[in-house]
Write a protein that binds this ligand. Structure first.
Ligand code: UT7
Length: 329
């Protein structure tokens, strides 16, 4: 019997309607369109403004789209892994809420937090479930309502982030398609450069933490940039070398969308030309766990069976990594 691989067999994505433009941000903080475009590549981002809606409301439309495309009954889903840093609540898991909202009564699920590398970590975890033969249909979701943890008076961070959800379905494949290899890394010495200071067990929420705005995203951008630009490029080159893939062999680079300059550096290091790089940061900004599935969703129609994709991410932790995926349809 051939080895079982975990193939991505369907993709769904969702962005909320409200468009927060650079022009609107100019009215909110001391920034300007030119700075944002040239330093980040971002032109606009989507914001979930509907009261009472949360990260699961970004994930559910993406999952429903995916299920509809494949005409799947939610009760066929074995497992839901939701990568997020903005769960609906600290507990229960957003996966439980997604399972309930889509009517997946037979699935188990849990959330996974690896910051901006969360989707990659969830994909690799889901892959192991499929490869082991234990489960047949694993939903891997990446969703974040970043606007819920962004301080819209802080120009260092508020220009960067957007809200979105994306999802892929993993199923067993015996023809060698799917997730072929991955490299994942963590270095907690970077924890202070990108984090949320309060709200966890280290600093439970209090009037003081709220007053000090410690429930918002804090980032030392320059330091994170330095690590991200090296980390994402190195790990992408490493996975190509490890698997003897040349730049010609790579059909697409699917990078986490944090900064266009980091994406360009990664593509350069891999020797991959811009036409083979999925870039939508200008439209959506940094949607944290949703960036990679959102790219797959947008480019789905351009993908061909057998295409070699390199997925790459870098984020808080620090966490970073890359995966080689052979597209299955
Ligand atoms: O997704 C998770 C991983 N995250 C990342 O990968 C993000 C990595 N970091 C970055 O993408 C970049 O560091 C930023 C886009 C966040 C910032 O760009 P930068 O080129 O590193 O700018 P900087 O922080 O060094 O700031 C340069 C200047 C500063 O002014 P002075 O000190 O030179 O006078 C800032 O105060 O730009 C100023 N600045 C701004 N100016 C206009 C910072 N933010 C803004 C702003 N508008 N929004």
């Amino acid at each position: 019997m051939n080895k079982i691989t975990a193939a991505i067999t369907a993709v769904g994505g969702y962005v909320p309607d409200y468009i927060l433009t650079n022009a609107e941000l100019e009215q909110m903080v001391d920034t300007n369109d030119e700075w944002i475009r040239t330093r980040t590549g971002i032109v606009e981002r989507r914001i979930l403004k509907i009261p009472g809606q949360a990260t699961s409301d970004l994930a559910v439309p993406a999952v429903k789209e995916l299920l509809a495309k494949r005409d799947l009954d939610p009760n066929e889903i074995d497992c839901i892994i939701c990568a997020t840093v903005t769960p609906d609540m600290i507990f229960p898991s957003t996966s439980s809420i997604i399972a309930y909202k889509i009517g997946a009564t037979k699935a188990f699920g849990y959330d996974l937090n690896a910051a901006c590398s969360g989707f990659l970590n969830a994909l690799v975890t889901g892959t192991a479930f499929i490869e082991s033969g234990r489960y047949k249909k694993v939903l891997v979701v990446g969703a974040d309502k970043m606007s819920s943890i962004v301080d819209y008076t802080d120009r260092n961070t508020c220009i960067l982030f957007g809200d979105a959800g994306g999802a892929v379905l993993l199923e067993p494949n015996e023809e060698g398609y799917g997730v072929k290899d991955s490299i994942l890394k963590t270095d907690g010495s970077g924890r202070d450069f990108l984090h949320m200071k309060a709200g966890g067990s280290l600093k439970p929420p209090s009037i003081e933490t709220v007053t000090a705005k410690e429930h918002f995203t804090y980032q030392e951008g320059k330091t994170v940039f330095k690590f991200a630009v090296v980390g994402m490029a190195d790990v992408s080159a490493e996975i190509m070398e490890k698997n003897h893939l040349s730049s010609d062999d790579v059909a697409w680079l699917v990078p986490h969308q944090a900064n266009l300059r980091i994406i360009d550096a990664t593509a350069n290091r891999m020797g991959v030309t811009t036409d083979k790089v999925m870039i939508n940061i200008h439209k959506y900004g940094n949607t944290t766990d949703a960036t990679i599935p959102l790219c797959l969703w947008e480019w789905e129609k351009s993908l061909k069976k057998g295409d070699n994709l390199i997925l790459a991410a870098f984020g808080g932790g620090f966490t970073w990594g890359a995966a080689w995926v052979k597209w299955a349809y």
